[in-house]
Structure formats: structure tokens, C-alpha cells
Design a protein around this ligand. Structure first.
Ligand code: GTQ
Length: 354
């Protein structure tokens, strides 16, 4: 008996397996070592997408189909190890969405949570639950599960952002619901930045009771998050594994901003090289500033502004920045924490019950 080796297959055993197979049984000992592994064994592989290439494909798609007809004009970033599954990691989805000037991506809602991270263009908007926010480069915007949302671009340039969704997680639970709004754009019932003033000023309305599982803040502007990183850099307390890495939180309970996705912003000081690190949450990184490289399980990926790359679960990564580097990232860490699964390795041994 072993967790890592299968028992030998005799003719007698083989014929038994064949016999039970037709009645929908499988002998656990023939599959155990595939399903309970001593360490994460993922089909997800490291990969980097260059933004220049992505942008040219997105603009080409812009001439091919309208946002209206496509519902969402998005190119899915598919992990090369998971082709055909619309996922960038085992548990998460990533896509690049383009909204052309004058276009509307019609209102709909679904069980899946979404984040937007703005990469190119400025001044397009997205609306959630009657509030509209105008998006700028680097803004992190939340679409909570079940919330009506539509996007529009009143600027004179195409706008491109990264969509991060928990589609594979919802799919594991077979819990997907979606519907279209009767109008292309939902009615706007709140002032712009309403949620920022209500929930994002280190105060909450005195009788506030949470009405949703994600943060009530709609848009976390890049300018503000970036400024925080700069101030912390001056303080000089730099984590050897992350540089300066901050999580986006829900101000109501201090937890992660989203129920299924953990978003972060991190600064790698010029010339700084992180120590080898691995964790069980496969992570999608988006560079906002700087150039540098990340080494993932021994292979080097060179990056520049707006490039995207993925580090699979339990793959060792180091980052190095030539100039001050800034990266947005997201993973399923919050889910793993809730389930008691999340682990990291900062170069020390990590026993199972640690
Ligand atoms: O903008 O609502 O990339 O519903 C995939 C599904 C974006 C969106 C995606 C979506 C959206």
C-alpha cells in the first residue's frame, strides 16, 4: 500500500476492473496516487503574454465584431496547459476586454464575481447597482456576484482592461446563474463615487449592515494605492519575498475585497531581487510599471509594462526589477484560506500540520 505507487495489475485484477467499470465503479487503489498527491500537481503551466501582441489582436477583434453582438468583446487568456477550458489557472479566469469609442457592453448579471484592472485608454465607465465609475489606468474595480453591470466608452480611444473572474470556481460547484437586463444600460440612481465616499473614507454609515459578500467599495483608484506603496518604500521595510505587497481589502471586515479572489498591488524597488517563494495559490500578475524578470521554476520571463504572466501553484518564483516595478496580482488565496488549504513556503520546511 502506498500513496505514490499503484499495486501491480494482474490479469485477474484487470478483468475485475473491466467488470465493475461498466456499472460505474472504479477501484480506488488504481487511481489514488493521481487524486491525492503528496504535493500540488497542476496542469497549469507558467506563461507570459506580451501586451503589445494582445492589443493588436484586440483592436483586430474590434473591427470584427461589436461589443453588442459579442456581449463582451474579450480575448480569453488561456493557460497553455489548460487549453479549451477558458481558464488561466485551475480555479480562475482571465480575459482582456476592449470597448471601442461610443460602444456599450450591455447590462447583465451573473453568479460569478469579476474584477477589472484597467490597462489601456482612459475615461470609459462601468456601472454596478446604479452607480457609474469612470476608469483610469491601474484602477481596480469590483463587480460583485449577482450585481447588474454594463460598460461603456464615451472617450475617443479604445479602452482595454483585464477581467479576472472566478468562473472555474463557480463551475466546480455547478452554481452558475446569469441573466440579461431588459435595457442595454442600467438606470443610474447614484452620484459618481457614491460608494467611495460612503465606504472608502475610513468611515461607514452609522447603521450600516453588510448587504453583500464583497467590499462595498466599487473602484480602488490606482493613484491612491500607488501613493501608499511609495510612502511605504520611503519607510524601507521591504519584505524579502514580496518587496512591498499590499492587499485590497473590504473595509467592513478587513478581509479580502472579494469573496473568491485575492487582489494585491506590489512594488519591487529598483534593483531588488526577491527570495525564492512558493504558495498554493496560483497567481496572475499584471505589470503596471517598470521592466524586469521573474524566474518561475528555473525559467526566466522578461516583462515590461502591461505584460501579464501566471505562476502556477507551488512553483518557485523570484522577481527582479530594473527600475521600480509595480505589479497587480490576483489569486484564489481567499478561497483556500476559508477552506484551510492555503500554504506558503518561504524557504523553510512546511510540515502538513504546521
Ligand atoms: O464584463 O461582464 O471577461 O460577464 C467574461 C464574462 C467579462 C463582463 C468577461 C463577463 C464579463
Amino acid at each position: 500500500m502506498s500513496l505514490t505507487e499503484k499495486p501491480v495489475e494482474t490479469a485477474e485484477r484487470r478483468s475485475f476492473y473491466d467488470k465493475i467499470d461498466s456499472s460505474s465503479y472504479t477501484a480506488l487503489w488504481t487511481v489514488l496516487s493521481n487524486i491525492i498527491t503528496p504535493e500540488p500537481r497542476s496542469g497549469c503551466v507558467p506563461h507570459l503574454w506580451h501586451f503589445d501582441e494582445a492589443k493588436s489582436y484586440l483592436l483586430e477583434a474590434g473591427g470584427l465584431i461589436t461589443a453588442e453582438e459579442a456581449e463582451r468583446r474579450v480575448l480569453v487568456l488561456e493557460n497553455p496547459g489548460l487549453r479549451g477550458q477558458s481558464r488561466i489557472t485551475t480555479s480562475l479566469y482571465a480575459g482582456l476586454q476592449v470597448v471601442m469609442p461610443g460602444e456599450v457592453a450591455p447590462a447583465h448579471r451573473h453568479s460569478q464575481s469579476a474584477l477589472r484592472f484597467v490597462l489601456d485608454g482612459c475615461g470609459a465607465h462601468t456601472s454596478v447597482d446604479g452607480e457609474r465609475t469612470v476608469m483610469q489606468f491601474g484602477d481596480f474595480v469590483i463587480t460583485p456576484p449577482g450585481a447588474w453591470h454594463d460598460h461603456g466608452n464615451d472617450s475617443d480611444a479604445p479602452m482595454i482592461w483585464l477581467d479576472g473572474l472566478d468562473i472555474p470556481i463557480v463551475s466546480v460547484f455547478d452554481a452558475s446563474f446569469a441573466e440579461e437586463h431588459h435595457a442595454d444600460q442600467q438606470p443610474i440612481t447614484r452620484q459618481p463615487e457614491d460608494s467611495t465616499w460612503r465606504y472608502g473614507a475610513n468611515m461607514l454609515p452609522v447603521d450600516y449592515e453588510p448587504t453583500r459578500v464583497s467590499s462595498p467599495i466599487f473602484n480602488y483608484p490606482y493613484e491612491r494605492s500607488r501613493e501608499a506603496l511609495d510612502h511605504l518604500l520611503k519607510q524601507g521595510e521591504i519584505d524579502p519575498f514580496h518587496g512591498i505587497k499590499m492587499r485590497y481589502i473590504n473595509p467592513v471586515d478587513g478581509g479580502w475585497a472579494m469573496p473568491t479572489i485575492s487582489p494585491c498591488l506590489q512594488l519591487l524597488p529598483k534593483g531588488f531581487k526577491t527570495q525564492p517563494y512558493r504558495s498554493t495559490d496560483a497567481t496572475v500578475f499584471v505589470v503596471t510599471e517598470g521592466t524586469g524578470r521573474s524566474v518561475i521554476n528555473g525559467k526566466t520571463y522578461e516583462w515590461g509594462p502591461k505584460d501579464l504572466f501566471v505562476v502556477p501553484s507551488w512553483h518557485t518564483v523570484t522577481h527582479e526589477a530594473d527600475s521600480d516595478g509595480v505589479m497587480f496580482s490576483y489569486s484564489d488565496r481567499v478561497c483556500q484560506e476559508k477552506l484551510g488549504l492555503w500554504r506558503e513556503d518561504r524557504g523553510n520546511a512546511v510540515p502538513l500540520n504546521a
